[in-house]
Design a protein around this ligand. Sequence first.
Ligand code: COA
Ligand code: MG
Length: 289
Amino acid sequence: MIRSFLFVPGDSERKLEKATAVGADAMIVDLEDSVTAESRPRARELAREFATGMAGVWIRINPVDSSDALADLEAVIPAAPDGIVIPKPRSADDVMRVAVKLDELEDRHGLDAGRTRVLPLCTERPRALFALDSYVGSTPRLAGLTWGAEDLSAALGARTNRDESGNWLPPYELARSLCLVAAAAAEVPAFDTVYTDFRDLDGLARYASNAARDGFAGMLAIHPGQVEVINHAFSPRAEDVQRAERIVALFEENPGAGALGLDGEMIDRPHLIQAKRILALAADIKNRQ
Ligand code: COA
Ligand code: MG
């Protein structure tokens, strides 16, 4: 289970080298917006070298309807990255186009069929917001959904996407919520977008803790300093784990019961599902340490 994805510009050897020691659950080598067209061929080579033999590496390719996307995939799939981050899809159809190409490339390079996961940035285009339902049942490669505000606000012609306190303005709060709901509908985790003010770790801690509260499983990072804060925010707290253990135990002791009382509150099936999710996440984090 992934709490933090650290973006690393694909053309920066220095940052790629640093990224592995940061403790991110996964890294995203970027071939898109943080890399210029001139640097892209070199970035593809670096991305391939970096992903070779390294676990937890994802690659952000260019938009499916650009001429770069195919070259990106052809360059990096031989290195067997964990997954592909897909920017600016118009709907799940664009993700399926990547999936079809992955079928072919996995076969060509002798990789297990279906091993490469996909993570779409599902709100970067206005029309994509009206197509979020298309992710339901789309492909078993779907590892989650995440969202972005920058390209959306450019498309809307907005002067800014945040208010004076740094909170998302309504169109972006809507996009964020729709991403969360679409991910739940598709039964995959949702990952909140980047917090761009990378020196403001207190603000990040508040933002990430709200995201975890709302149901996001993790978040994208752009700077090494953000990773620990994010990992902490998306790890279950000790008191949550204790309460989850008590809920699971209570249902085990009362196999016939649908609803039970705990500390003066009613608990039923949704609480049990949530408790099991917290325990699975806690066990997963423990196993990795
Ligand atoms: N991954 C790995 N290492 C990184 C890093 C990243 N995303 N961001 C910064 N570092 C390294 C720097 O190289 C620097 O190490 P050094 O001094 O040994 O070279 C150290 O961490 C501290 O960096 P700092 O000086 O605080 O930041 P910066 O001004 O060098 O970089 C950014 C700021 C925003 C340009 C940089 O964090 C970055 O490139 N982020 C990712 C951008 C991206 O991928 N965007 C696309 C998705 S939105
Ligand atoms: Mg972008």
